[in-house]
Design a binder for this molecule. Structure first.
Ligand SMILES: [Mg+2]
Length: 323
């Protein structure tokens, strides 16, 4: 498939990588003030831009755990080619010392992530640290997986999937969480090549189905694999902290909107786990629409803007050209 209906070539690979990274951070920061608020409450006072305070009483432009762990992952990939132990160690430094936080403090952390990082801190190897039980399927690895996807999108599928699995396992080792990260990564892999959202999703569905259809967790993914994802009404789209809810909601937001702004605001205004839905949807929309589609004012409002810009530019510089 390489006709104009499927592929958009006017956005450079670098613009897509930077768009994904900035889009994640912006989406997270837009959602932080309304995290945990129910949908009706959020929709009575819609988020339309960067706000401060609210749920966590943080200044405008503050990212949360989603953004900080994404930044730690980018930093790790700049320091070693691929080292999950190094990533895990950086995550521990985030939890204990505030590494890559916006303000120096950690104001939000998931339970599965806390448990896993305490294990790493006491000597468990990072790839063995994530919980593997069915109740450890929050969105805590999906929200931080994007840099690994962007860095290794050119790899053969087996290695691409293997690396995503290993990085999910640092905090989330259950097959459902790992498969959600892989599904998301598979869509992003195609968006990076310029595929439009619907064909990118379709290609991901085909590859994902071939790989997993005989595994026990596969039936859980029916919803994201079904043709009608784009036509679901909002009330059928949950926005909790469950990994499959975040996966559905973020891809639904990309499919049902026509700009970066519209996509990420729709995600945040679903309420619930607003920052994480915003972060994952912002990553998708940033890769699809590119860096220049992200309102500059939103990027400039992010705290530590210069530190983030320098980190992201270094990451984009080393990313291999897409083949
Ligand atoms: Mg968060």
């Amino acid at each position: 498939m390489n006709d104009k209906k499927t592929i958009e070539t006017s956005i450079s690979h670098r613009e897509r990588i930077l768009g994904g990274l900035w889009g994640s951070l912006v989406g997270d920061a837009l959602g932080v003030p309304v995290e945990f608020k129910d949908r009706a409450t959020v929709q009575a006072d819609l988020v339309t831009g960067m706000r401060g305070f609210g749920t966590h009483n943080q200044p405008p432009g503050t990212w949360s755990d989603d953004g900080a762990l994404t930044l730690c992952t980018v930093d790790s990939l700049l320091n070693s080619e691929f080292d999950p132990q190094d990533m895990g160690n950086r995550f521990v430094r985030w939890m204990n010392d505030g590494l890559w936080t916006a303000t120096g403090s950690v104001f939000d952390i998931g339970m599965a992530t806390t448990d896993a990082l305490m294990r790493i801190a006491s000597g468990t190897s990072a790839e063995q640290a994530g919980g593997c039980d069915e109740y450890s399927n929050g969105n805590g690895s999906l929200m931080r997986i994007l840099p690994v996807v962007l860095r290794f999108a050119n790899d053969p599928v087996d290695r691409f999937v293997g690396r995503i699995d290993r990085v999910s396992s640092i905090t989330h080792g259950h097959a459902r969480s790992k498969m959600a990260c892989v599904f998301h990564g598979w869509v992003v892999r195609h968006l990076l090549q310029g595929w439009k959202p619907q064909p990118a999703l379709q290609a991901a569905r085909v590859g994902f189905t071939e790989r997993y259809e005989r595994t026990p967790e596969f039936p859980r993914f029916q919803r994201v694999l079904a043709d009608d994802l784009a036509t679901l009404s909002e009330k059928k789209v949950a926005s909790t902290g469950y990994v499959l809810s975040t996966l559905h909601a973020s891809h639904w937001c990309l499919l049902t909107t026509a700009s970066f702004e519209e996509c990420v605001l729709k995600a945040v205004n679903l309420g619930g786990d607003a920052d994480t839905t915003g972060c994952v949807a912002g990553g998708l929309a940033g890769v699809h629409y590119g860096l220049s589609a992200i309102p500059e004012e939103w990027r400039k409002t992010l705290l530590r803007h210069n530190d983030v810009e320098s980190l992201f530019n270094r990451f984009a510089d080393m990313a291999p050209p897409i083949t």
